[in-house]
Design a protein around this ligand. Structure first.
Ligand code: SF4
Length: 62
């Protein structure tokens, strides 16, 4: 599974990082980005949960 954060949509709520800190990091302004674009199987459920909880729908999983 691959994960990406659309920086145009992200408003920096940090919810993704709160839910899945193994998958997401925050930049100095609190905007989320994928620490690694490839999500290992053990973290895919958390990545899904984070995507569902992103208020801006900025997280794409493929
Ligand atoms: S939850 Fe969504 S809007 Fe908030 S920091 Fe993460 S990607 Fe950005």
């Amino acid at each position: 599974m691959k994960v990406a954060v659309d920086s145009e949509l992200c408003q920096g709520h940090a919810r993704c990082w709160d839910i899945a800190p193994e998958v997401f990091s925050l930049d100095e302004e609190g905007h989320g980005f994928a620490s690694d674009s490839e999500v290992p199987p053990a973290l895919q459920e958390k990545a899904r949960e984070a995507a569902q909880n992103c208020p801006e729908r900025a997280i794409t999983l493929s």
